[in-house]
Design a binder for this molecule. Structure first.
Ligand code: DX5
Ligand code: ZN
Length: 220
């Protein structure tokens, strides 16, 4: 196996102890911070916005991976670059001119990601795959943490991996939603490079050890 990246989702942190939880990630074997921004329109929930990300950025010492679950994300590309986002992921379903959006993200010096809802077929990315740094395959319906993993995800990962290889692209694959030690290895074997984990990490008795466990089992 390879070096699989582990990205704890801050959505599952204790917001009253945010600095403590950020330091936990800093001092763990985690690779990235995964930050979920929801607008209550694209998804039925509202998470947190710019002031909170600004506060997180001040303490976070690892790559900041921002997942925008918002309509018309083009409006905020520069704002998220200024807030310290290293990777900016927009939803395929929220973009009318995805190619243009990807170029705008890169023009701000960030890596460009595209997230796919569970019902969206990976083949829709074929014509832009070389422009995408990361595809985030949603393994739950976006909007909430703590949901159960959708089994059809394995098939989507394999199909996407095939598209990436066939196009000689360097796109990496992230999985988001319901990731646990029960599905992590199988996801990596299917082609996943980054695993997001919210509740599995933060609701564990020992989050630091849980991150190490995920890292170890997926990076041999
Ligand atoms: C869901 C978010 C996820 C979520 C994952 O809309 O995009 O990042 O925080 O949480 P878990 O791992 O608990 O499913
Ligand atoms: Zn997410």
């Amino acid at each position: 196996m390879k070096n699989t990246l582990i990205a704890p989702s801050v959505l599952a942190a204790d917001f009253a102890n945010l600095q403590r939880d950020i330091e936990m990630i800093n001092n763990s074997e985690a690779d990235w911070f995964h930050i979920d921004i929801m607008d209550g329109v694209f998804v039925p929930n509202i998470s947190f916005g710019m002031p909170v990300l600004e506060a997180i950025s001040k303490h976070a010492k690892k790559t900041i991976d921002v997942h925008l679950m918002i309509v018309d994300p083009d409006r905020y590309i520069k704002t998220f670059a200024d807030l310290g986002s290293n990777i900016l992921t927009v939803h395929y379903e929220a973009c009318t001119h995805l190619h243009r959006t990807l170029q705008a993200i890169k023009a701000e010096g960030m890596k460009a990601g595209v997230a796919l809802n569970p019902h969206t077929n990976v083949s829709l990315l074929e014509d832009v795959i070389k422009d995408i740094d990361m595809v985030c395959i949603m393994s739950v319906n976006p909007g909430f943490g703590g949901q159960s993993f959708i089994e059809n995800t394995y098939k989507k990962v394999r199909q996407l991996k095939e598209i990436i290889t066939r196009n000689n692209a360097s796109t990496i694959i992230e999985i988001d939603g319901g990731v646990t030690s029960k599905n992590a290895v199988q996801l990596v074997e299917a082609g996943a490079d980054v695993l997001v984990a919210g509740n599995f990490v933060f609701k564990a008795e020992n989050p630091t050890e849980t991150i190490s466990e995920l890292k170890k089992m997926t990076s041999k």
